[in-house]
Design a protein around this ligand. Structure first.
Ligand SMILES: Nc1ncnc2c1ncn2[C@@H]1O[C@H](COP(=O)(O)OP(=O)(O)OP(=O)(O)O)[C@@H](O)[C@H]1O
Length: 249
């Protein structure tokens, strides 16, 4: 299911003031992998993710994508290859959906609109939303537009930071599964930050638990449940306890 290393982070650290937000993290992600990054609030997940597309510059260590040190790449070239989806998606309110999606190819000097219909199909939005404005869409639809925009430059790597976190649970579940299908179909490599251990266990091939800026567990979902570290165990047991309580109703 997965291929050779695509993203390689080596001994990476990043300080925010006197706090070490990311503390000497090394990890390697295979091409095609779907990795969830989980951990308590403030554990460094967002800082780690942003260090990959250099929205945050690491203090030390290296990040390589497809064998190339990101420190040596010009930002447009680096970000062209990376899709980025965040919770508050940040669609431009004065632009319609087609313009929001087309802005990426347009910035790249291509004819943006030609790909809009294709991208709407990809994220299962009806083509007639192209002329609507973000305020005329539901939160879930807006988030689908965000995913379409992130895919517009045909990136190999997707970085997602709580992409469905602001949605109701049903929409969140639907979009999570739809995105997983898209990931497989397009052969993407995805790193997704989530607070939600159940979402991580159900969607990802591999779950990395970050606590105090350090990798405390890194395992396939089925193996994570056997890890003895009490803080990791506490996170992993939340969905199981909830499932047991629900089953007992
Ligand atoms: N721009 C910043 N300036 C100062 N401190 C920051 C900055 N960004 C993050 N931090 C601090 O670095 C630590 C890690 O933050 P980060 O946002 O990476 O954690 P997180 O795991 O993504 O948290 P959450 O789940 O709450 O989003 C926190 O203590 C945070 O307060």
């Amino acid at each position: 299911m997965t291929g050779p290393p695509f993203l390689e982070i080596d001994s990476m650290s990043r300080r925010h003031g006197d706090r070490l937000a990311v503390d000497n993290v090394s990890l390697s992600v295979s091409k095609g992998a779907f990795v969830a990054l989980v951990g308590p609030s403030g554990s460094g997940k967002t800082t780690l993710l942003k260090s990959i597309n250099r929205l945050v510059v690491p203090d030390s260590g290296t990040v390589r994508i497809d064998g190339r040190d990101t420190a040596n790449l010009a930002l447009p070239e680096l970000r062209h290859g990376i899709g980025y989806v965040i919770q508050s998606i940040g669609l431009f309110p004065h632009m319609n959906v087609a313009e929001n999606i087309g802005i990426v190819p347009r910035l790249m000097g291509e004819k943006g609109d030609s790909r809009v219909a294709e991208l709407l199909d990809l994220v299962a939005l009806p083509r007639d939303v192209a002329t609507r404005f973000p305020r005329e869409l539901s939160g879930g639809q807006q988030q689908r537009v965000g995913v379409a925009r992130a895919l517009a430059a045909a990136p190999a790597l997707m970085l997602m930071d709580e992409p469905f976190g602001a949605l109701d649970p049903v929409t969140r579940d639907t979009l999570g599964r739809a995105y997983r299908t898209l990931h497989d179909r397009l052969g993407l490599t995805t790193l997704m930050v989530t607070h939600d251990m159940a979402e991580a266990l159900l969607l990802a091939d591999r779950v990395i638990v970050l606590i105090d800026g350090r990798v405390r567990a890194d395992a396939a979902p089925a193996d994570l449940v056997g890890i003895e570290d009490p803080e990791v165990r506490a996170l992993v047991e939340v969905p199981r306890r909830q499932a047991e309580r629900l089953a007992a109703l």
